[in-house]
Design a protein around this ligand. Sequence first.
Ligand SMILES: Cc1ncc(COP(=O)(O)O)c(C=O)c1O
Length: 400
Amino acid sequence: MKKRVEDFAFFGGEKTFQTPLHIAQVNLPPWESVTSAFRGIFERRYFANHGPIVRELDARFAEFVGSRHAVCVTNGTIALMILAKALASSGEVIVPSYTFPATVQALSWAGLTPVLCDVDPETQMVTPETIAPHITPHTSGILAVHLWGQPCAPESLESLAADRGISLMFDACHSIGCAYNNRKVGNFGNGEAFSFHATKILSGGEGGCITTNDDHLAEKLRTIRSFHPGETFVPAALRINGKMSEAQAALALLSLEQYPQNKAANLRRYEAYRLGLAGIPGVSLLSFDPDTDNNYQYIVLDIDESIAGIHRDIFFKLLTAENIICRRHFYPGVHNMPPYSKMEATVKSRFPVTDRLCQRALQLPTSQVMTEADVQMICELIRDIQAKADPIKARVSDAP
Ligand SMILES: Cc1ncc(COP(=O)(O)O)c(C=O)c1O
């Protein structure tokens, strides 16, 4: 416990953690399983171009999700670009501003025009109500985001897209293994894009995948993903090198095998955070709908300064100084970032919910390297910071 304000590392005290606790550190598979998988790659001397391990991962991930097709690619951003290009070759695509910038920039890279919209204050995600006002004759699709492992209104968005005759895709980068009404994420809309980045519950270091139940779309996705003549299934004007390597696929396959234990460990840490943070005024941990299946990969706080007596940014500064690497997601909101901040449509629109969330959200670390005692220590620090709000604010000269 930090007895005095001077005890916090930000003010010169000793750091609580000697080495940084990153927001998420890759859940490593056992070393022996890695050497055995890589021995096979070395023996075959086959590293790229739709090798046997990539093909196995395509099949195994489709089986895991329960979709007809899975098309593995280099990363989640490329997955979004290829999916968007395959579904909507031109026009406007409606997308939330409260998301990781890659969601929106993938549309720009695919030659589409992103139209940013606000999100619902309860779910922090888009709903038919936040999307509908932006639909015009130029709209070709919707790109919704399943945030923090929660499914994003999939059935009502499917009805909206069908009624308006536009395509529906999901950024499912956060939502590997999640489900809605027993329907797994990966089966909604026309197609869904996943990330296998090192911060994700299933990781190939880098990596990504697109799932779909549409056979024709799958052929288009496979064609766009590479320039390989043997991988040309339908005509496609523009293609890209979005191929996953054998090394990435080998790590991702091992990670897929470990999914159940990694999810269970995430849940234990989530519960430890929930108990540890209980009763801190103005600090609430994002709760998940018990009817949906979550992967618990994201520990996200909402900090209400009017109750906590201290702004989220001061928690951020003090925790970072203790070597607790947290994130102010998704500050300052895509509508406030280049190249979108000056676009006419963005300037004219209003994003009150996104603006509020960007001032209040704080993501905390969770990973295989952390113990439940680490979690308790982080919770105690947060309790201490809130309890000493006034003297801390008095000493943080650049407090907002
Ligand atoms: C919501 C969201 N979309 C897209 C991406 C991009 O994925 P990648 O880093 O694999 O390109 C991320 C990555 O963190 C993400 O969190």
